[in-house]
Design a protein around this ligand. Structure first.
Ligand code: PLP
Length: 392
């Protein structure tokens, strides 16, 4: 049983994080971590939690005030017909939510369609459930969206679920209402499930909209929506995610995994999360406006800074630049990796002190690209671009 874990890969992001610790004054554009601090309402709720000694065990799936707020949020913001708090559970961040959802739903050998490129832990969580990730290409020419006919052709009798991540990490692609319409019809017709990873639901730009597939008629019954406060409330280190499962059997399995892996997610952080939802919504809107501005500045300066070697159009969602490397570029470093995206990553880290992630780490279709996070503060982004211009 334990041996199968040897075939579950660590993400290259971890290798890069380790490489970055040996870099002097690094520009940390490798991690998907915003430069903002958690809102005052979160910090105040944490302080209050400490003062009130909220340091004991709490309910396995989450404290009631938080569960109530999550039900309300998913009903009103996402339009999902959540029956009640018993359908919802709090997780140790979004990554834990993915793990729980995969273990609760998948049987060994089940196939799950996943976008290619896609966030590496998603694939690893499917593998950890001994299921089989099946890549669905997403196309830059389609705004990093899939071709729905091609997606339909990849469904086999073994397909159990389709995983969607909109807005997407790493591409920033956002599914349109028509995409979700088509996907919802397909899921119903072929009797499938959906994992809907909506980690970046609050960061959609240029008038685009985020749609939650669980709000489509009949879809919540066969969807596990997955959320996190990491990005929306700048709470990456605090670890707070949540999911909802209507089906009683699968919900019970998921509850067992929450119990076995956490007993309960940190009591204090759950009180902090209550503060996030009760605090002013303006904070998130401000984050979004600033991220949009950073995106525009980054893309404005990139052509000159990279001497045209890196290119792409600004993404409509999330906060990553998933940019194409000129295939004619050759790394001047000795023993450069054969993979173009790894060669560029190593070059930028070693020569220009810029953290980034090779596209191939997100799937074979990501080769030839790198991912840079533009959620860092403006000074860091400018520093990275200046360093790029000096070295590339
Ligand atoms: C697509 C996607 N889903 C889920 C997560 C989970 O984040 P966390 O575990 O920090 O809540 C991330 C984080 O980078 C992500 O990019």
């Amino acid at each position: 049983m334990a041996q199968f874990l040897d075939s579950v890969p660590f993400s290259g992001i971890i290798r890069i994080r380790d490489m970055m610790y040996s870099v002097d004054r690094p520009f940390r554009l490798d991690q998907g971590d915003v430069s903002f601090d958690a809102p005052e309402s979160v910090k105040e709720a944490l302080r209050k939690g400490i003062a009130e000694n909220r340091t004991h065990y709490v309910q396995t799936t989450g404290i009631p005030p938080l569960l109530d707020l999550l039900v309300k949020k998913m009903r009103t913001v996402n339009g999902t017909p959540i029956g009640g708090a018993d359908e919802v559970m709090v997780t140790n961040g979004g990554i834990h939510g993915q793990y729980i959802a995969c273990l609760a739903l998948l049987e060994p050998g089940d196939e799950v369609l996943v976008p290619d490129p896609c966030w590496p832990p998603t694939v690893s969580n499917i593998l950890a459930a001994q299921a089989v990730p099946v890549p669905v290409p997403v196309y830059e020419s389609l705004g990093w969206r899939p071709d729905m006919d091609e997606l339909a052709r990849l469904i086999t009798p073994k397909t159990k679920a389709i995983l969607i991540n909109t807005p997407s990490n790493p591409t920033g692609g956002v599914m349109t209402r028509e995409d979700v319409d088509q996907l919802a019809a397909l899921v119903m017709e072929r009797n499938l499930w959906v994992f809907s990873d909506e980690a970046y639901e609050d960061f959609v730009f240029d008038g685009h909209e985020h749609f939650s597939i669980a709000s489509w008629p009949g879809l919540y019954e066969r969807t596990i929506p997955l959320y996190t406060l990491s990005k929306t409330y700048a709470m990456t280190g605090l670890r707070l995610g949540y999911l909802a499962i209507k089906d009683k059997k699968i919900n019970e399995r998921a509850r067992k995994i929450v119990s076995l892996t956490t007993s309960n997610v940190s009591s204090l952080i759950q009180y902090g999360a209550v503060g996030a939802f009760q605090g002013p919504r303006q904070v998130v809107d401000d984050f979004k406006i600033e991220l949009g501005a950073r995106r525009d500045l980054f893309y404005e300066k990139l052509p000159k800074a990279s001497k045209g070697i890196l290119s792409g159009v600004p993404p409509v969602g999330a906060f990553y630049a998933f940019v194409k490397i000129d295939p004619a570029w050759k790394s001047p470093l000795p023993n450069a990796p054969e993979s173009l995206s790894w060669a560029m990553t190593e070059f930028l880290i070693k020569k220009a002190r810029i953290g980034c992630v090779p596209g191939v780490d997100f799937g074979s279709r990501g080769e030839g690209h790198i991912r840079l996070c533009f959620a860092r503060d403006r000074k860091e982004l400018d520093g990275a671009l200046e360093s790029m211009e000096a070295h590339l």
